[in-house]
Design a protein around this ligand. Structure first.
Ligand SMILES: NC(=O)c1ccc[n+]([C@@H]2O[C@H](COP(=O)([O-])OP(=O)(O)OC[C@H]3O[C@@H](n4cnc5c(N)ncnc54)[C@H](O)[C@@H]3O)[C@@H](O)[C@H]2O)c1
Length: 267
């Protein structure tokens, strides 16, 4: 089985970690489907991959809408006829203190980060099972099917002013385990990645600068903010045959954040 035979859907693939993952899978030779709510950025990301010799299509998609997910699967099958990998990267940030948080702000974050991961994961898993029934068990066909959910260190560490985000990522970890158990009998592996602070535009227009950057560095043993490529590399590993015995795990790409139990002094 080579990467050239494999089709990878990356939700949230128009920007940040998803875009880096789409690039990485395309560089390996996989056929990539970028699914994102941002049509302009999604088309640009797709064109960039194609202009560098990769294979990619863009599908406009709101992961919180079941019909959009249905159309995403249909468009993927029409273009490439199969699905081997799903990276659930679409996500939104949600700040707001517990006591003052609006119900609508809670729902907005849960809808994308949790429900979107569930909807895309379920639809893709159903398609993968059809392929397995058609082509034989995974080991017999030499294929490896992999679903990767984007979690966060926030699944473990709570902040009172990030209630919906923290809750959504904790739930993504549990969803990952439940999916892994449910899909193990089919040979489909499901894992999560828990990034620490990564240099993207997730939490605002500009990546962390000034005081907020200093705060992040004071909690990051490796002493720097991570690059989206460093998360994308973990996604490619988890989707590869090298990870063939790994399922139900969350791998934290966090510069040592979760191991730390003190504040690093500024040098
Ligand atoms: N950047 C970090 O420090 C960090 C840390 C931990 C976890 N994460 C997680 O990584 C994932 C990617 O985040 P990022 O930092 O690359 O952010 P980003 O904002 O750069 O990219 C997120 C992408 O998701 C898309 N998106 C948002 N809502 C969508 C929807 N409803 N349907 C489809 N697409 C939608 C956006 O258009 C965007 O292209 C998220 O799940 C995030 O929670 C990021």
């Amino acid at each position: 089985m080579s990467w050239g035979d494999r089709v990878a859907i990356i939700t949230g693939g128009a920007a940040g970690i998803g875009h880096a993952s789409a690039r990485r899978f395309a560089r390996k030779g996989a056929k990539v489907v970028i699914a994102d709510i941002d049509q302009a950025a999604g088309k640009d990301a797709c064109e960039e991959i194609v202009s560098n010799g990769g294979q990619a299509i863009f599908v406009g998609c709101d992961v919180g809408e079941r019909l959009d997910i249905h159309n995403l699967i249909a468009a993927t099958l029409e273009a490439y006829d199969r699905i081997d990998v799903l990276v659930n990267c679409a996500g939104v940030f949600g700040s707001g203190d517990f006591l003052s948080l609006d119900e609508s702000d809670f729902d907005k974050v849960m809808r994308v980060n949790l429900k979107g991961t569930f909807l895309a994961g379920q639809a893709v898993a159903r398609q993968m099972i059809q392929q397995i029934e058609r082509e034989g068990r995974v080991t017999e066909s030499g294929r490896t099917y992999s679903i990767i959910n984007m979690s966060s260190v926030s699944a473990v560490l709570a902040l009172p002013d990030r209630v919906p985000y923290t809750v959504s990522k904790g739930a993504v970890n549990q969803l990952t385990k439940a999916m892994a158990l449910s899909l193990a009998e089919h040979g489909i592996r499901v894992n999560a990645i828990g990034p620490g602070a990564i240099n993207t535009h997730l939490a605002g227009d500009e990546p962390a600068e000034g005081a907020s950057r200093e705060t992040i560095l004071s909690r990051t043993p490796l002493g720097r903010i991570g690059d989206p490529e460093e998360v994308a590399g973990v996604a490619v590993f988890l989707a590869s045959p090298e990870a063939s015995y790994i399922t139900g795990q969350c791998i934290y790409a966090d510069g040592g954040r979760l191991a730390l139990n003190y504040v690093i002094e500024k040098k």
